[in-house]
Design a protein around this ligand. Structure first.
Ligand SMILES: Cc1cc2nc3c(=O)[nH]c(=O)nc-3n(C[C@H](O)[C@H](O)[C@H](O)COP(=O)(O)OP(=O)(O)OC[C@H]3O[C@@H](n4cnc5c(N)ncnc54)[C@H](O)[C@@H]3O)c2cc1C
Length: 235
């Protein structure tokens, strides 16, 4: 059913009008686009974005929508190295009023039920979780729930930290900022020991990080069906 919904959504292409971009931290940039009234998505989903202002090879990327449906904007945040791909160079060239195309949003990386939730982000993998947490806060849904965000960033940049701290202050959601894999492993052992298969575990980030966290969870007897993954290729 959700496959069918995705298949329909993917054919829905729309032009998004660029508003602004800004640097979040070293090698991380946010891009904001106008949100037309009829655009909807589930917090955590991603769109397929295409460059339209020039012809480039491989001009399409899956990117999580980092804003919440409750916000009045479509926001993307990208890791952009000092020698960016053609796609990311083109993103940095965007000027107010220019457009990109978006298909979707699609995917099953969104919260399904009320059970304890452990969100695990590696670096730029924080983007779908910003959307999820902002939406919970906007709906007044974060109160009294057992929701934990484990945020690993070895560079200690912690993009969105101020916003995440604000959400943690307004809700029962906890946020742990971690800068080593060992600390992350410890937190995962603690939470998976506490919630076991009553919890749902969401992992987003670079492939190696997502796979190693998933392996750790499974070796802690967490079943595959309690684990959801968003693998960000290219990091
Ligand atoms: C669901 C989802 C959500 C994402 N959300 C974000 C986001 O919010 N922010 C963000 O910065 N990035 C996100 N990404 C990753 C993004 O799509 C790009 O892959 C990434 O930003 C690197 O793009 P690039 O243009 O710098 O490098 P690229 O030119 O795309 O590639 C860099 C390297 O990765 C390899 N590669 C690319 N795609 C694949 C693939 N599908 N399988 C195996 N290898 C591959 C290439 O061969 C190359 O070696 C997301 C990816 C997915 C799947």
């Amino acid at each position: 059913m959700s496959f069918l919904k995705d298949a329909i959504a993917i054919f829905k292409k729309r032009e998004l009008v660029f508003i602004e971009s800004y640097k979040e931290s070293e090698n991380v940039y946010t891009f904001r686009f106008e949100k037309e009234k009829d655009v909807t998505w589930k917090a955590g989903q991603h769109g397929l974005f295409t460059i339209t202002h020039k012809k480039i090879k491989n001009g399409i990327r899956p990117i999580s929508v980092a804003s919440a449906p409750a916000e009045n904007v479509i926001q993307l945040t990208l890791g952009i190295s000092d020698s960016p791909s053609e796609f990311k160079k083109a993103m940095l060239e965007l000027k107010q009023g220019m457009t990109v195309k978006m298909s979707g949003p699609v995917g099953s990386f969104y919260l399904k039920d009320d059970s304890p939730i452990v969100l695990i982000a590696g670096g730029i993998g924080i983007t779908p979780f910003r959307s999820i947490l902002k939406q919970l806060e906007a709906e007044g849904n974060g109160a009294g729930k057992q929701i934990h965000l484990l945020y690993l960033d070895s560079k200690k940049s912690f993009v969105y930290k101020d916003e995440l701290d604000g959400i943690a202050n307004n809700t029962s959601i906890t946020v742990s900022y971690l800068d080593s894999r060992e600390d992350l492993q410890q937190e995962i052992d603690k939470l998976s020991g506490m919630y076991q298969n009553n919890g749902n575990y969401y992992i987003a980030g670079p492939k190696s990080m997502v796979e190693s966290v998933s392996t750790q969870l499974q070796s802690n007897a967490i079943s595959k069906k309690s684990i959801k993954k968003d693998v960000f290729y290219g990091y």
